[in-house]
Design a protein around this ligand. Structure first.
Ligand SMILES: [Fe+2]
Length: 469
C-alpha cells in the first residue's frame, strides 16, 4: 500500500490547482462556467430617482458631451430645456485659469415624432481647448444654471496612455443601472466611453414613446455630462415607423446626439472617425448602406489608409452588429458587412472590433475568413495575426434581457463567451501594450471575468495567446 506524507499531499493538491488553472486560462474556446440566472429585465419606472428632473425653472437636463473635432481639442455639449429655448450659451473656463470665463453659443432644435414633441435640444461646440486640461462648464440661465466638468485628452501621440470604457445595448432597466454604476466605480477609471449602439430602447414602447429617450438621457447624465461617450448607431436608433407616419430613419437620434462626422470628411453622422490620445477610432453603421459604391464604403476605403500608426498606434473599430457571434441571436446578421470590409481590416491590421446587438459577452481569437473565392471552398475562420480581436459586448442590461442560448459546440475561433451583463475597460499603456478586461455584473459586484493583454498589431504583432504558455 502506498502512503503519502502530508507534504506530498500538499504538493499533489498544488499541482492539481496549477493544472486546473492552466485549463481555465488556456486560450482555445471557453464557455464560462458562471451561469447568470436568466431573470427578466425590468425597466425602471418613470418616477425612478435616476430619471429625476433637475429643480429650477426650465432647468437644463439630459446634459451630455462627446468629442467635437477630429483630434480632441473640441467638445460638443448638448442639453434639453423643457419649456422654452432659454440660453444657447455655454460658459466655460479652465481649472488652470479660472478667472477667464469664455462663452460659446450653440443652436437649438426640436422635432416631433408621431404624438410626441421634443423639448428644446441644444448643441454647442466648444473649440480650441487645451489638451490634458480640466474645464468647468455651465448651461442654463437665471436660477437654473447647472455646472459640470470634463478633462480634455492628452495630445495625440503614439505612447500616450488612455483608458476607454466600453458599453453597449444599455437601455434603462435595473440591470442597466447596475452596469453604469459598475463602470463608474471601476478603479481603472475610464476617461471616455466607446458606446457600441442601442441607447434607450424607446422603440420597444407603444408608438416608440420618445419620453423614454428623455428618461434615458437623464439616467446616463451622471457619466456622460463629465466624460465623452463616442456614439455608434444600433437598430434601436433607426425608429423607422411608417405605420405612425415616421418615415425618416434615425430621427430622434440625429436630433439628440450630434457627432463630429464632418471633421473626418464623412457625409453622415453614422460613420466617422476620431483620434483620441494614442487611439484612432472608426465608427461604422450596420444600418446604413455599406455595399460597393455607397457613401460609407467609399469613405471607409479612403479612411483606412489615412491612419498613421506612428501617430495613433491603436486602431479600434466600433460597429453595432457583430461579425463573429456564436450565440443563437442575430446569427449572421453582420455577415454581409464582414464580407465587404474584413479584407480591409486584415490589410490595415485593425487591433480590435467592438460590437453590441447580442445581449451577452464574447471575445474571439485573432481570426480572419478572407480566403474564399467562390470556387476554392476556403470559407472557414483561420488564425491570423493580422486580424483584429472581435468583441461582442451588447450586455448593458436592456429590457429585452440576456442572450443565453449558444451554438454548440463552441467554435474554435471563440475564445471566451458568457451570458451575463457587464462592461469592459480598454487600458492603453503605450504603443505596444493595452490591458483589456471585461467585468461581469455579479449581483452587487463587478467581477473581472475575462481579460487579456493586447499586443499592438503594428508595433508588436506577437501572438497574444502565447502569453498563456
Ligand atoms: Fe441591437
Amino acid at each position: 500500500m502506498i502512503s503519502f506524507s502530508s507534504s506530498s499531499i500538499c504538493f499533489i493538491i498544488f499541482l492539481s490547482i496549477l493544472l486546473f488553472d492552466s485549463v481555465l486560462l488556456c486560450n482555445g474556446g471557453k464557455t464560462s462556467i458562471y451561469v447568470r440566472k436568466a431573470e427578466k429585465t425590468v425597466e425602471m419606472p418613470l418616477n425612478s430617482d435616476v430619471f429625476q428632473i433637475p429643480p429650477g425653472c426650465n432647468a437644463p437636463q439630459q446634459v451630455h458631451i462627446t468629442q467635437g473635432d477630429h483630434v480632441g481639442k473640441a467638445v460638443i455639449v448638448s442639453w434639453v430645456t423643457p419649456d422654452e429655448p432659454g440660453s444657447k450659451t455655454v460658459v466655460y473656463w479652465s481649472e488652470k485659469n479660472c478667472e477667464v470665463k469664455k462663452k460659446a453659443v450653440g443652436k437649438v432644435y426640436t422635432y416631433k415624432f408621431y404624438n410626441y414633441t421634443s423639448g428644446f435640444i441644444h448643441h454647442c461646440t466648444i473649440k480650441n481647448l487645451e489638451y490634458d486640461t480640466k474645464y468647468y462648464y455651465v448651461v442654463g440661465d437665471r436660477n437654473s444654471k447647472r455646472k459640470f466638468w470634463f478633462t480634455t485628452p492628452p495630445p495625440v501621440g503614439p505612447d500616450v496612455p488612455y483608458t476607454f470604457g466600453i458599453m453597449g445595448d444599455l437601455g434603462q432597466t435595473y440591470d442597466s443601472n447596475i452596469t453604469l454604476t459598475h463602470y463608474e466605480r471601476n478603479p481603472r477609471n475610464g476617461q471616455a466611453v466607446l458606446f457600441v449602439g442601442d441607447l434607450s430602447y424607446a422603440d420597444n414602447h407603444p408608438n416608440h414613446d420618445n419620453v423614454r429617450w428623455d428618461t434615458w438621457a437623464r439616467f446616463v447624465e451622471r457619466s456622460v455630462a463629465y466624460q465623452p461617450w463616442i456614439w455608434t448607431t444600433g437598430n434601436h436608433e433607426i425608429d423607422f415607423a411608417p405605420e405612425l407616419g415616421e418615415k425618416k430613419p434615425f430621427k430622434p437620434f440625429t436630433h439628440r446626439y450630434h457627432v463630429p462626422y464632418r471633421a473626418s470628411q464623412s457625409t453622415a453622422p453614422f460613420w466617422y472617425s476620431i483620434k483620441r490620445a494614442s487611439a484612432y477610432i472608426i465608427v461604422l453603421s450596420s444600418y446604413s448602406a455599406y455595399g460597393k459604391y455607397t457613401p460609407q464604403y467609399q469613405w471607409l476605403e479612403e479612411e483606412l489608409p489615412k491612419v498613421n500608426r506612428s501617430e495613433t498606434p491603436w486602431l479600434i473599430v466600433l460597429v453595432h452588429s457583430p461579425w463573429y457571434n456564436s450565440y443563437n441571436y442575430h446569427y449572421m446578421e453582420g455577415e454581409t458587412m464582414r464580407v465587404m470590409y474584413e479584407p480591409w481590416f486584415v490589410e490595415h491590421k485593425v487591433d480590435i472590433v467592438l460590437a453590441g446587438h447580442v445581449h451577452a459577452y464574447e471575445r474571439s481569437e485573432r481570426i480572419s475568413n478572407v480566403a474564399y473565392t467562390i470556387v476554392n471552398g476556403k470559407c472557414r475562420p483561420t488564425k491570423d495575426q493580422s486580424a483584429p480581436v472581435y468583441i461582442t459586448i451588447g450586455d448593458g442590461g436592456n429590457i429585452e434581457g440576456l442572450a443565453n442560448n449558444m451554438t454548440e459546440p463552441q467554435p474554435e475561433y471563440s475564445a471566451y463567451r458568457e451570458a451575463s451583463f457587464g462592461h469592459a475597460i480598454f487600458d492603453i499603456k503605450n504603443r505596444t501594450h493595452a490591458r483589456y478586461s471585461w467585468h461581469r455584473n455579479h449581483d452587487g459586484y463587478a467581477v473581472e471575468a475575462d481579460s487579456m493583454w493586447f499586443f499592438n498589431r503594428f508595433w508588436h504583432p506577437v501572438d497574444e495567446s502565447s502569453q498563456w504558455g
